[in-house]
Design a protein around this ligand. Structure first.
Ligand code: GLN
Length: 486
């Protein structure tokens, strides 16, 4: 079914997505729904098709935008009170690229305020509910985006992953979630959490769609000095591979009409899959362990070799992450002063109180906790003991992955130690919440890509996610290989 075949229209697609968004209002997925803007955009696309004009790869495809991406459409709040009322004058590079290909944003999705969290319970707007079990968390921080895709409201959604915020909610809701290689997609116009680990990525229902989204969004950007030259589209598929881009956009499965750019997985030189010994311990849920084992068995039958990896430096990952990230958070959040963006406390009659009151009222408790930890680990008396040590541990972790990828092509691990937990279960216990990130944060510290894939359900029916990890710049092969695990 294609829009250009006139079997459907962008307007119909957008209307359906908007209807579903309303139907699932109880899940608290959206912080803002742009009915008028989305329908206007759909009308433009339908008119362009009627005139016989060439339309983009994502023409008419409705999507949801995590509410920490800047765009003039609606307020960008990052689900934080302190940003309420902030209308961005700029558009994030990733958003501009998606929309240049005709994708239509129907709304902005809920997150843990400033992306600090693993459950979307730290949102000023209240928690998002899990797509499969309403009593459970959506995962976080990109909970709204994951649930919007899992409930089939939209074809895809954007996310940010600083320590697991795409992969973990993807796994809690049974969809694909990719954290690309650090620097693959521009961070320009995305509310910064920790600049050295922040990555932009997507939620999708299939690996094919993920590939298409990556081919659209990746590439160097003069506005983000950390972006890499475009390795994702080596032959410049965006312009050179005009075969693909001139094809009509599709309705079911974004990518089904786009010719594959890489060879079949069977032709890829992937032979050895690593499993991490340190992640096989009693903290991991039995059903998740079983799912991992079953996938390994299935791979063995297909002729892959399973390699057991010892990665002792990973035991420092969580501690290093929760020093480095708060340090960068404290710095990135210092700009919210009540003068330049969004909310301002009215209580104050002098400048110092204005800062104090705005920040006290505007940040969530978890934001404040990270500002405190961050400033502590950076303070002159403690810098060497904490920040510097964590930076050294990070180097060890980078090296550990480099060594591992000499012994195997990809690594397969759980995304998190457990499936989606109950709402309220961990929200008052920050350490329990941080432990959720045990298996996801080392990838961000090392800059390597990770793809969360659906891997069945627990006995209680909750989605299980596994993550495929590859060396830097292996994103495309990772997506291609994931088809072997479907
Ligand atoms: N759960 C992790 C944290 O709270 C990761 C968050 C993220 O990736 N944005 O830091």
């Amino acid at each position: 079914m294609k829009i250009a075949d006139k079997k459907t229209t962008a307007t119909k697609l957008v209307k359906t997505a908007l209807e579903k968004a309303k139907k699932y209002a109880d899940y608290n997925i959206f912080t803002f729904i742009d009915e008028e803007g989305a329908l206007a955009r759909a009308k433009e696309i339908d008119a362009a098709i009627a005139r016989g004009e060439k339309v983009g790869k994502l023409a008419g495809v409705p999507y949801a935008l995590k509410d920490n991406f800047l765009s003039p459409r609606g307020e960008t709040t990052a689900s934080a009170h302190i940003l309420q009322g902030f209308k961005s004058p700029v558009t994030a590079t990733a958003v501009a690229k998606l929309e240049a290909e005709g994708a239509i944003m129907i709304g902005r999705t809920n997150l843990d305020a400033f992306a600090h969290g693993s459950s979307t319970e730290n949102s000023y707007f209240g928690p998002t509910h899990n797509a499969v079990d309403f009593e459970r968390v959506a995962g976080g921080s990109s909970g709204g985006s994951a649930v919007a895709v899992a409930l089939d409201i939209v074809e895809f959604a954007t996310g940010t992953d600083t320590g697991g915020s795409i992969r973990q909610p993807a796994s809690f809701n049974g969809v694909y979630g990719l954290k690309p290689t650090y620097g693959c997609i521009s961070r320009y116009g995305v509310v910064a959490m920790a600049s050295s680990t922040d990555c932009i990525g997507f939620f999708s229902k299939t690996p094919e769609d993920m590939d298409l989204l990556m081919s659209v969004a990746s590439g160097q950007d003069a506005k983000d000095m950390t972006t890499l030259p475009d390795y994702y589209n080596p032959t410049d598929a965006r312009t050179g591979n005009s075969e693909a881009s001139s094809l009509a956009p599709v309705v079911t499965g974004l990518a089904s009409s786009i010719a594959p750019v890489v060879a079949n997985a069977s032709e890829l030189p992937v032979r050895r899959i690593g499993v991490i010994k340190e992640f096989d311990n009693e903290s991991v849920d039995a059903d998740i362990k079983k799912a991992l084992k079953e996938k390994c068995e299935a791979l063995k039958k297909k002729g892959y070799e399973i390699v057991e990896l010892e990665m002792p430096a990973l035991k420092y990952a969580l501690a290093a992450y929760y020093i480095i990230v708060p340090a960068e958070v404290a710095s990135n959040l210092s700009r919210y002063d009540g003068v330049r963006y969004g909310f301002r406390s009215e209580k104050s009659d002098n400048l110092e109180d204005l800062y104090l009151n705005t920040r006290s009222e505007g940040f969530m408790p978890e934001n404040k906790r990270r500002i405190m930890i961050g400033n502590f680990v950076l303070s002159s008396g403690f810098y060497d003991a904490y920040f510097l040590k964590a930076a050294k541990a990070r180097t060890l972790i980078v090296q550990e992955y480099e060594k591992a990828f000499k012994k195997c092509d990809f690594i397969l691990t759980p995304v998190s130690p457990n499936p989606a937990f109950k709402l309220g279960e961990k929200v008052n216990d920050p350490v329990a919440m941080y432990l959720e990130d045990l298996m996801s944060v080392s990838l961000n510290l090392a800059g390597v890509p990770g793809l969360a894939i659906p891997a069945g359900k627990t006995d209680a029916g909750l989605p299980i996610g596994l993550q495929l990890v590859g060396p830097r710049r292996s994103d495309k092969n990772l997506i291609e290989f994931s088809k072997e695990l479907e």
